[in-house]
Design a protein around this ligand. Structure first.
Ligand code: MN
Length: 286
């Protein structure tokens, strides 16, 4: 199944006895496809071990991938490793993998583990696992009761009104009506508003995900992101189903370790993460 290659203890650059890495394609697959000159490319998943975090490795990988025309992502692993998904023309992907065996100045790569991966259709090479900004969900009693999901994009809060609220159950697709952008300064607002009121139902940071760079992903109508809130956690998708004056989207929890099938988080955790009050408390003036 997965083809793996381990390379160990390659020593420091220029040191005596340093073993040369074979220049030929070391991960022999897709040769027949490439041989026809109509390669749809190849994908690899790479784990880089050694002193690879805290030295600019991710940024350098992005620059090298851009120079080679390779797409995918790089992220720091929880265990001190560097994780890479790379896809593109076979020779370009191989060249990136070779470079990962050296890394940027300051890196000391002990081992590079390569597995065959899927070609997923990435259109960028992005750093994953880094917060793109803040998010907030404000429960809002106005003419209608809803939850406003707001994601920071380029300094403003892109906003969607979700009548049933977000769900941690991937089977629950929640209508999300895109509404006007809000200022970041509104994120902390909690209190009475007209006859109704607002509470800060959840907040935190989020990562931009998916195969397409933001904000273009939003413009195209399919945006994937990872929330790190007090109640909402893990991957979500916003999928536009109807464009127009008030575009309609679906907010869907992605299937991951944070998903909780069968749960109803807005009912189970109704209180403000700021004050502990419920929306009813705020509307009643308590
Ligand atoms: Mn609202």
């Amino acid at each position: 199944m997965a083809s793996k290659e381990h390379r160990r203890d390659r020593g420091t650059p220029g040191a005596p006895g340093r073993r040369e890495v074979p220049a030929a394609r070391p991960f022999g697959y897709n040769r027949s496809v490439a041989g026809r000159g109509k390669a749809k490319g190849k994908g690899v998943r790479v784990v880089v071990r050694g002193r690879v975090q805290g030295i600019g490795f991710r940024e350098a990988t992005v620059r090298r991938a851009a120079a080679l025309g390779v797409f995918g992502w790089v992220r720091n692993g929880d265990d001190g490793t560097l994780l890479v998904h790379a896809e593109g023309a076979e020779e370009a992907v191989d060249a990136l993998v070779e470079w990962l065996g050296e890394g940027p100045r300051g890196a000391a790569v002990a081992e590079v583990e390569v597995e065959k991966g899927k070609v997923e259709g990435h259109e960028q090479f992005a750093i994953r696992g880094i917060a793109a900004g803040v998010f907030v969900v404000q429960e809002h009693q106005a003419t209608a009761h809803h939850w406003d999901l707001r994601l920071e994009v380029d300094g403003v809060m892109r906003s969607w009104a979700v009548p049933k609220g977000p769900s941690m159950d991937p089977a629950q697709k929640r209508l999300a009506v895109q509404v006007e952008d809000h200022e970041k300064s509104h994120n902390d607002f909690e209190g009475r508003a007209g006859e109704g009121g607002v509470i800060v139902w959840d907040r935190g940071t989020y990562e931009q995900g998916g195969r397409v760079a933001w904000p273009e992903a939003l413009e195209r109508g399919h945006a994937v992101f990872v929330l790190h809130g007090e109640k909402l956690e893990g991957g979500f998708a916003l999928q536009r189903t109807r464009p127009g004056e008030k575009p309609q989207w679906l907010l869907i929890k992605r299937k991951d370790d944070a998903a909780r099938p069968g749960s109803d988080v807005v009912a189970e955790a109704p209180r403000s993460v700021v004050s502990g009050r419920t929306l009813a408390d705020v509307v009643a003036g308590d």
